[in-house]
Design a binder for this molecule. Structure first.
Ligand SMILES: Cc1cc2nc3c(=O)[nH]c(=O)nc-3n(C[C@H](O)[C@H](O)[C@H](O)COP(=O)(O)O)c2cc1C
Length: 162
């Protein structure tokens, strides 16, 4: 059995004003921790886009404002993903919105379309306002889709005989 010290690093970077998207980010963080994954939960306000290259996977969380728009504080992060050499970065995008509006979670759609082209997009998740019990399984599926794409997960590699 070969044991590698390599631990995939995951960042959850979110924007949230009234706490709904933050609540989803915290659920995702808890799932990662329960899976034994190394994860950092970061508000986009305290996250520098130059840090993107430190991670194997980045989970982007955004609310939607205006008419289906990406919040201002997410613009710099959005542009950072658009730069070249991100194709190997595993990503997912999640968000909360209000289906009262014409473009439900429009910011998630805009991130999804860009991340699909620029990165290795694993999953998308839209939640109506406050996350409910039933959303936990959807969060678990998102994390499962991300971890499937991380090369060194599980951590035991090569020559393993039971
Ligand atoms: C001015 C304004 C515009 C909004 N526009 C949209 C929209 O176009 N689409 C949508 O799905 N939700 C829209 N919302 C709802 C928010 O995205 C939703 O309340 C979200 O859960 C807030 O996230 P937060 O609690 O993380 O800040 C809007 C809310 C406000 C106040």
């Amino acid at each position: 059995m070969a044991l590698t010290n390599y631990e995939p690093r995951i960042a959850i970077v979110y924007a949230s004003v009234t706490g709904n998207t933050k609540a989803v980010a915290e659920i995702l963080q808890e799932i990662c921790i329960s899976e034994g994954l190394e994860v950092e939960l970061r508000s986009v306000n305290d996250f520098s886009s130059t840090e993107l290259s430190r991670y194997d996977a980045v989970l982007v969380g955004t609310y939607t404002w205006g008419s289906g728009e990406i919040p201002k504080e997410m613009h710099r992060l959005f542009e950072a993903f658009e730069s070249p050499n991100r194709t190997g970065l595993v990503t997912a995008v999640f968000g909360t919105g209000d289906s009262f509006f014409a473009e439900f979670c429009g910011a998630v759609d805009r991130f999804r379309d860009m991340l699909f082209v620029q990165t290795d997009l694993a999953a998308t998740l839209k939640i109506e306002l406050v996350p409910q019990e039933a959303d936990i399984i959807r969060c678990e599926k998102l994390i499962a889709s991300v971890t499937k794409r991380l090369p060194a997960f599980p951590r035991y590699i090569g020559g393993y005989n039971e």
